[in-house]
Design a protein around this ligand. Structure first.
Ligand code: M6R
Length: 610
């Protein structure tokens, strides 16, 4: 999705903005631009990567201690130089960068066209900047007031930064449903759409709330709401370390993040498990213990990989709490008039905490009276603030667009939640309780699996040119199959599907021939014998079987073309291990196909538009 970086201070803005835009590249984008003020406003923008923008500005004037930069992920209008941000109003007085979508832009555009305005781009953003100008020109008000009035009249989502030639010493920043963070340094401010460009300059950050406007000069800043009432900003201290945002010797962020999982899982469970007394303690849920103890149903809402984590959560909650669970795509839930009843608790799962559909699902569930909990990775994110209570995953920043360590951290948290709630309800069986100390073994077992990366690379070489791939699993390994398929398709562009293994004979078996790779997750659990039969069925049709098996397995080894052994663990913890070889396999295949692993085509790290 689009990225924003702004700077006001005493240093040259351009290099700070460019390095900030590079930190935001992970979000996915198709063009980039900057506006700089140094006596006059200079604008440079270009379709393509930030490096293209750098080439454009190589011999240009990039002076100025105030500026703003943007990476655009196309919504209205194709990726092009004209559609790139910043956009400038007709008189040249206002420039803007914008994340989000102005939904009533066509009505506003019609009005502005009627008043003689012209447009150079197909964007909603250019409409917004001219709308601001029109208000400014027709009233005796300052730029901030013009922005405030304009925002009171737009429908949609925005994170914006506005520069005004007539009031050049300030940046005007605002948000609704699209995050804006303001880094507060010594005599300088760095504005960004997430904290990653800020962390190398300062750890003090103000997150704007929805419908707030900040006016920032190098002397200071003030925050207003859309009613023009002054707001008291809260300064958060961010804990993110700079090293976490760098590749640290790995070729790609995705590989680094796969290898980080022993640590990220350990961080997600640290301090939350008491192995001796076999207890789980989740501080973020303490205030809602009564509601949890009385819960009658849980509804998970999420998208993508987080939705897959929710599906694993369904198995965990039903197994340990013996309570009904539904797992909903947030995008469907929000428009489906869902039935929410007394005793329903909605749990939103999101790595970024900014996914627009998940946020909308939360708001709907709240409107209908549900208690809404969050499982988020990004501290201070919109979802973590919109939910009544929740648990952070502590996976650390995830930069690769393909989610890896966030998934295992989410499943770790869901496991602890299931055990914590079962205990609150007095339903924790001795068998479930025995999982609590066993969780502490997960990081070491994951380490053992990532160390097999080279072996998995050999398997990847065999299948790198396959146009299709099928992933099959049973029980809680079924969502792992879905996740394996998603990983492969999003980074290697190979068509892949995940299925419950038993469903194969109801359709997908027709696809099996000597060219079809079929990845089975066939670890030891109560459906093991059944999945061995499914493997036989594929092998009988000459499908090329790769099987993830428990160490020491012999039955599958005799049938499969390749096996990847993973350590034994309680089946309820198995998704934390069985997903790892699938992540590694996808990674190697994508690299061998020369794909952009960290920034796959068309994808954004956090999907902040519908
Ligand atoms: O930040 P979120 O967890 O809310 O993001 C949800 C999905 O957009 C995300 O998981 C997406 O599917 C990833 N590309 C998967 O690797």
């Amino acid at each position: 999705m689009c990225g924003i970086v702004g700077y006001v201070g005493y240093r040259k803005a351009y290099p700070i903005i460019i390095s900030g835009l590079k930190r935001l590249e992970y979000r996915g984008y198709d063009s980039a631009g900057v506006a700089l003020y140094d006596g006059k406003i200079k604008i440079y923008k270009k379709k393509g990567k930030v490096s293209e923008l750098e080439k454009l500005t190589k011999d240009k004037d990039t002076e100025g201690t105030i500026g703003m930069g943007h990476t655009r992920w196309a919504t209205h209008g194709a990726p092009s130089d004209e559609n790139s941000h910043p956009h400038v109003s007709n008189s040249g007085n206002f420039s803007i960068i914008h994340n989000g979508i102005i939904e009533n832009y066509s009505t506003l555009k019609k009005e502005l066209l009627g008043r003689g305005y012209t447009f150079n781009s197909a964007t909603d953003t250019e409409v917004l900047v001219n709308f601001i100008e029109d208000i400014y020109e027709n009233n005796e008000i300052d730029a901030t007031e013009a922005v405030r009035i304009a925002l009171n009249n737009v429908i949609g989502a925005y994170g914006i930064v506005v520069m005004c030639k007539a009031e050049p010493e300030k940046l005007i920043v605002a948000r609704r449903s699209s995050p804006i963070a303001i880094g507060v340094g010594e005599g300088e401010f760095i504005i960004a759409s997430d904290a990653t460009p800020i962390v190398e300059h300062t750890k003090d950050v103000v997150y704007l709330n929805d419908n707030e406007i900040a006016v920032i000069t190098k002397e200071g800043y003030k925050v207003l709401n859309l009613k023009n009432e002054s707001q008291t900003p809260y300064i958060h201290t961010i804990e993110m370390e700079l090293e976490a945002l760098e590749k640290g010797g790995y070729d790609h962020f995705m590989l680094k993040e796969i290898f980080e999982q022993p640590r990220s899982i350990a961080d997600s469970i640290r301090g939350r498990i008491d192995p001796e007394n076999k207890k789980v303690w989740l501080g973020g849920l303490v205030d809602v213990r009564k509601e949890l103890a009385q819960a009658k149903r849980f509804i998970f809402v999420a998208c993508g990989t987080s939705w897959h984590a929710g599906l694993v959560g369904e198995y965990l909650f039903e197994e340990h709490i013996r309570i009904p669970v539904e797992v909903e795509y947030a995008s469907e839930f929000r428009y489906r008039n869902p039935v929410i009843q007394e005793g329903d608790i909605v749990i939103a799962i999101s790595q970024s905490g900014e996914t627009a559909d998940t946020l909308a699902a939360i708001n709907l569930a709240k409107e209908r009276g549900a208690l809404v909990l969050g499982i988020c990775n990004v501290v201070g994110s919109s979802i973590s603030r919109a939910t009544h209570a929740g648990v952070y995953t502590h996976a650390g920043p995830e930069i690769g667009v393909a989610s890896t360590k966030a998934f295992t951290a989410q499943v770790s948290v869901l496991t602890m939640m299931a055990l914590f709630i079962a205990d609150l309800k007095g339903k924790l069986t001795p068998k479930s309780r025995s999982i609590i100390p066993e969780m502490l073994q997960v990081p070491e077992k994951v380490r053992h699996i990532v160390n097999q990366s080279d072996k998995i690379k050999e398997i990847a070489a065999t299948f790198k040119d396959s146009p299709n791939c099928l992933y099959l699993g049973r029980g809680s390994n079924f969502p792992v199959a879905l996740e394996g398929a998603l990983k492969l398709k999003e980074i290697s562009y190979i068509h892949a599907e995940g299925y419950p293994a038993a469903e194969m004979k109801h359709g997908p078996i027709a696809l099996i021939d000597e060219n079809m790779p079929v990845i089975f997750i066939a670890t030891k659990d109560e459906s093991y014998e059944k999945i061995v039969s499914n493997i036989e069925e594929v092998a009988a049709r000459k499908g090329r079987v790769v099987a993830i098996v428990t160490e020491g397995d012999t039955a599958v080894r005799n049938i499969a073309e390749f096996v990847i052994e993973i350590p034994e663990i309680d089946p309820s913890l198995m998704p934390l291990l069985s997903v790892i070889p699938l992540q590694i396999l996808s990674y190697h295949i994508a690299v061998m196909r020369n794909c952009n692993v960290d920034q796959p085509r068309n994808l954004a790290k956090s999907v902040t538009v519908e």
